[in-house]
Design a protein around this ligand. Structure first.
Ligand code: NDP
Length: 284
């Protein structure tokens, strides 16, 4: 990697979407980026598109061995200093909580919550050495919960709590922890989630299909529409950059009008009113 001007940063989940946009933006702004990918070809594609320094890093956030190998590689390459860790990798598992296979629920939590904590634990000594920052990509879905996305919300609400605890635990070391809460962003996560949910429906018990089939049709419609209507992932990348370089970052940043408005309404509205507003907005 080229000599960093702003320092070294790790971004997880950079094959597509927000992680990819963040990796490219940070590299173009002078960071040396270790870009987490699960397939080598994704790393090559990313490096080809990068205007700055991007080093693909094989990293599956659900594998302890993969995380340890990645941390060791970064330590060797940097001499042990990280200006930033951007925990971004994630999946979206949809389905009714009553019938969602428990292994699917577990997988959601494993990737979007436990994986973030495991990567943070592994990288923290290097973040501490450089008095770096930790960014957690949460979601408006970490502040308010919609039907048929319970597993996803459980992971994101959990990540919000992790962000609060970690921020307080690391304040004495001068390490900032910033939670980023995007609204609807146009990335492959929506169609991947919809495809996965469609596949899962084929194995749904017949009575669950009777109970939830119509709602699940609507969930799929909403997901695919979200992909079309979302704002570009570069908007989140801008905020990730700000979270890493601004002299005094906020503890939370919402990205997109829907995230900003949604957070305010959630603060003011009671549960029943919130349920009605969500039903109206989603048709669920
Ligand atoms: P994408 O599907 O485009 O990107 C997800 C990334 O996570 C991919 O690079 C994927 O890699 C990676 N990933 C998945 N599983 C693992 C794993 N086990 N280990 C390492 N990497 C993994 O989605 P987004 O860019 O939308 O999502 C990024 C983050 O932003 C997620 O945490 C998501 O919850 C959050 N978010 C997204 C919003 C949106 O509207 N899109 C809104 C709010 C938050 P691979 O290609 O190998 O699967």
């Amino acid at each position: 990697m080229n000599a960093p001007t702003r320092g070294n940063v790790v971004v997880t989940g950079t094959s597509t979407g927000i992680g990819r946009a963040a990796a490219l933006r940070l590299a173009s702004e002078g960071f040396s980026v270790f870009a987490g990918v699960r397939r080598e070809e994704d790393g090559h594609a990313l490096r080809n598109d990068a205007g700055g320094s991007v080093e693909p890093l094989l990293l599956d956030v659900t594998s302890a061995e993969s995380i340890a190998a990645a941390a060791s590689r970064i330590g060797d390459a940097t001499g042990g200093g990280l200006a930033g860790l951007v925990n971004n990798a994630g999946v979206a598992v949809a389905g009714p909580l009553e019938a969602l296979p428990i292994e699917d629920f577990r997988h959601q939590i494993e990737v979007n919550l436990i994986g973030q904590v495991a990567v943070t634990q592994a990288m923290l000594p290097m973040v501490r050495a450089a008095k770096g920052r930790i960014v957690l990509i949460s979601s408006i879905g970490g502040r308010l919960a919609t039907p048929f996305m319970g597993a996803y919300h459980a992971a994101k609400f959990g990540l919000e709590a992790v962000g609060d605890s970690l921020r307080q635990e690391l304040a004495p070391f001068g390490i900032e922890v910033v939670v980023v809460e995007p609204g609807t962003i146009s990335t492959p996560i929506w169609n991947k989630g919809a495809d996965r949910a469609k596949e899962a429906r084929e194995h749904l018990a017949p009575d669950a299909e009777d109970l939830y089939g119509a709602s699940l049709d609507q969930v799929e419609k909403v997901a695919r529409r979200s992909n079309e209507r979302g704002i570009p992932p570069e908007k989140v990348a801008d905020i990730v950059l700000r979270a890493l370089i601004t002299s005094r970052p906020r503890t939370r940043y919402q990205v997109g009008l829907d995230a900003k408005v949604g957070t305010r309404i959630r603060r003011l509205a009671g549960d029943r009113l919130m349920d009605r507003l969500i039903a109206r907005a989603t048709g669920l």
